[in-house]
Design a protein around this ligand. Sequence first.
Ligand code: UT7
Length: 327
Amino acid sequence: MQRRAKITSVHSYVPEYILTNEELSTMVDTNDEWIMSRTGIKERRILKGNLGMSYMGTQAVNGLLEKSNTNPEDIELLICATVTGDYNFPATGNIISDNCGIKNAFSYDINAACSGFMYALDTAASMIQSGRYKKIIVVGGDKMSSIINYKDRTTCIIFGDGCGAVLLEPSDDETGIIDSILRSDGAGCKHLYQPAGGSVLPASIETVTTGKHNVYQEGQYVFKFAVTNMANVGAEIMEKNNLTADDVDWLVPHQANKRIIDATRERMGLDESKVTVNIHKYGNTTNGTLPICLHEWESKFKKGDDIILAAFGGGFTWGAIYLKWSY
Ligand code: UT7
C-alpha cells in the first residue's frame, strides 16, 4: 500500500475582539440584513495592536504541540500559508518556528491566497509520502484586518482574522490524504489583489494616501468565478475517486460567502448537515478558514470519515483535497 500522510492533530486560534455587523454599520453605509443575506456573515474577529500573523500562528502551533504531546524539536518542517505575513521577508514560518522552539526544522511560507492552506497541505503530504519527513506542521492564517480599508463597504464586511494548524505524520493504515486537484489562473490577478507594497508599486506616500495597500476586489466577477470553479472541482474530485454523495461524510469548504458554499454543496449533491459552516462567526479568514473548520469539527469527525476540502481564492487559485480522517 502506498504510504500516505495523515493529519494527527489540529488546533486553531482566533483573536478575542468581535467586530459585529452592527459596529460595521457605524463605520460604513451598510446593515446587518444586507451583510447576512449577501454573505451569511454576522461577525468576525480582529487582532488588535501591533501583533502580526506570527502571533496567531504561534498560539495555534503551541496549542497543537501541547495537545498532541509533540516535542517541538522533533518537527522537521513547518509550512505557513498566508498573504499577511509579518513582513515581506523573512518568512512568517521562520518566526513561528522560533517562537515555538522548533529548532531542528526548516520553514517557509506559501502564498496562494485563500487556497494557500490546501496547497501547503498537499505539498507537505507529498513530502511525507516521499519518505524523507515524518513530522510536518502546516499553518494557515491571516490578519486580513491589516490590509482592509474600513471605509470600503464592499470588502470590509467580508474579511476577518484567524489561524489554524495541523500536524502531518505518515499513516500506517488506509486513512490520510488520498487525492488532490489544485489549479491556478494568473489572469485573475487584476480582479482580486493588493495593488501596492510589492515590487510593481513599492510603498510610497502616493500608494498610501490612495489606499493601494488594501485589498482590491471586483466582487461580482470573483463571485461568478468562485461559484463555478469551487463547485466544479468539488464534483470533479468525487468523480475521480468514484465517490457518491452518500460516500462523502463531510465537505469542509473555504468560508468566503455562504452562497458560494451552498452552490458547492448543491453541485456535489450533499445534505446541509454534512457541511462545516462557521462563516457567520469569523467571516473570511483567507488561509485560516479550512484549519479553523477542521479544529471546530474535530470532535464530530470519526476515524475513516471521507472528507473533501475545497477552496477558491485570489490568483485565481482553487482546488479540492480528498482525505480519510485518521482519528
Ligand atoms: O475568498 C476570496 C474570494 N472572494 C470571494 O469569493 C468574494 C466573492 N464575492 C462576493 O462574495 C460578493 O460579490 C460580495 C459579497 C462582495 C458582494 O455581493 P453582491 O451580491 O455581489 O453585491 P454587488 O457587488 O452586486 O452589489 C449589489 C448592491 C450595489 O448597489 P447597487 O449598485 O445595486 O445600487 C452595491 O453598491 O449592493 C451594494 N453594496 C452594499 N450595500 C450595503 C455593496 N456592498 C454593500 C454593503 N452594504 N456592504
